[in-house]
Design a binder for this molecule. Structure first.
Ligand code: TXA
Ligand code: MG
Length: 306
């Protein structure tokens, strides 16, 4: 049984936070909102608890988790060392959607590092996430709260679509404000490298440290559930289809359409929600209108292609 607790996103009720922290302390799994997407949390220092995340999500064991913290001091306990660059970046972007990868300290369970030598850490900005970490007094290891290779959840309902009955608790604070996941930045090597594009742009990071884009190029092929193309190239067959447009346009009758607008930030904050709506409407294919040019759209383009 998965318990759902409705909680105020701005002023989380302390008794609900304490209840969720108690579940985590006992080795349970709690889904909670962050400013990007909902995370599926376990106490980061407990090998058994963190291993349960992989079962619930059916996630491959080699895929490492992000440790969510409330401060640089708390993050530093999970890292073998905390270099100046990490300090500068955390000072600039925390709390916020930047995950920093460093060599791990001995307190990091093997499950959290995916069997590797490094650990990713970030301080989320959502008041519910902050309150939960503070009440637990320990880091929370959390991937996005979806089944492996499904859409990331930006509402509690999306979490339940994939994980109802598989986790102990969901803190339901409504929609996540941000949309895109955190940017993952690897500081464990000789030179900072972006491993995953996300909510903090490459340009903003590059204004502080010299950084290399090492994010895997997303495939350009248009054969999956989500297909990106100029509107003129959309192909609607008999299957129920959806479309996500930048600008309002008339499409074939019966196509489920969402118009997300020409502002990259607003688009990002609606994107996953719109995809969930189209999934729930039974769409078997979703056409995405080719995105406007410009680096503001890079991370969005990248996330949609995956
Ligand atoms: O916004 C977010 O990052 C959300 C919220 C819940 O914080 N979390 C999230 O987690 O998207 P997940 O597990 O779905 O994606 C984490 C990404 C994966 O691409 C993973 O490979 C990478 O971060 N990652 C985590 N630990 C890493 C490590 N030690 N080294 C390299 N990459 C790592
Ligand atoms: Mg994920």
């Amino acid at each position: 049984m998965t318990t759902v607790l409705k909680i105020d996103p701005k002023h989380p009720q302390q008794e609900l936070i304490l209840q969720a922290a108690e579940v985590l302390r006992g080795g349970g799994l709690v889904a909670f909102p962050t400013e990007t997407v909902y995370g599926l949390g376990a106490i980061a220092t407990d090998a058994k608890a963190t291993a349960r995340i992989f079962e619930a999500k059916e996630r491959p064991a080699t895929s490492p988790l992000i440790v969510h913290v409330a401060s640089i001091a708390q993050a530093a306990r999970f890292a073998a060392r905390w270099p100046d660059e990490a300090r500068a970046l955390a000072d600039a972007f925390w709390p916020g959607p930047l995950s920093i990868v460093l060599g791990k300290s001995p307190i990091v369970p093997a499950a959290v590092s995916g069997g590797g030598e490094t650990v990713a850490m970030r301080a989320p900005a959502h008041p519910v996430a902050v309150a939960l970490i503070e009440a637990l007094g320990e880091g929370i290891a959390a991937p996005s709260a979806n089944r492996s290779s499904r859409l990331p959840p930006v509402r509690a309902e999306h979490v339940l679509k994939g994980l109802d009955g598989r986790i102990d608790l969901v803190l339901d604070a409504g929609a996540c404000p941000g949309g895109l996941e955190s940017t993952v930045l690897d500081l464990s090597g000789a030179k900072p490298r972006v491993l995953r594009r996300g909510a903090i742009s490459l340009a903003r990071i590059a204004s502080l440290v010299e950084v290399e884009d090492a994010s895997r190029p997303a495939s350009e092929d248009s054969s999956g559930w989500i297909r990106m193309a100029p509107v003129g190239e959309f192909e609607f067959t008999e299957v129920r289809s959806g479309a996500i447009l930048v600008r309002e346009r008339a499409l074939a009758e019966g196509v489920a359409v969402r118009v997300l607008g020409e502002d990259a930030r607003a688009y990002a904050s609606r994107m996953y929600d719109a995809l969930h709506e189209l999934e729930d409407a039974g769409c078997e294919v979703v056409w995405i209108e080719q995105l406007p040019a410009g680096s503001d759209w890079d991370a969005i383009r990248d996330r949609l292609r995956r």
